[in-house]
Design a protein around this ligand. Sequence first.
Ligand code: GSH
Length: 201
Amino acid sequence: MYTLYYMEGSCSLATLSVLNEIGVEDVRIIDKEKVAEYKSINPVGAVPALDDGSTVWREGAALIIYLLDKHESNMLPENGDARQSAIENIMFANATMHPAYGRLFFLNQAVEDDQVKLDSMAKATNMINDLWKAVEKELQNKVYLGGSEPSAADFMLAVYSRWGEMFPVDIVIPPKAKEMIASIISRPSFIKALDMEKTEL
Ligand SMILES: N[C@@H](CCC(=O)N[C@@H](CS)C(=O)NCC(=O)O)C(=O)O
């Protein structure tokens, strides 16, 4: 039995979707806002955190690699260049695209002057748009970052792509990336994850 600590619509949604995608059924989810001392679960206060019954694991990318190593699926090859490439994509999503969107959350909260906020958010958006162009280039000859089958990185990017609409910015997601995202968010695993978050089941 796994316990996943989450916040609705946040990056923990990718972990939950991946759990569903690889067919893990024994999952309980807990909204971190409802945990009185969440910092005893994760000292930095972030989701996702995953309790596997004996250990609490943290850091989204590490959690996903842990789960894909533990459970049979074709989302993470066992070895060789294919494995390295899948990890590279997971890290790109987690350590490059996620923080790029993170700037929007930070600026929205930290900057008081409306014009300064808009101007700085526009600059942060340019950086996000450049990253989506890089994704688009990767997707020129394939449907997903992993090839013809969805990879964990695709789930991660699809989750982050939903954050843009929370801000007054013009994020441009090019066509192949848009297709990838549309395909991921219509998968039963993703829909189930959204539903689980709504009902906290
Ligand atoms: N490096 C961490 C970052 C996780 C992170 O930034 N999580 C956000 C949600 S997407 C969070 O929990 N923020 C704290 C909050 O908003 O209270 C990871 O990848 O797990």
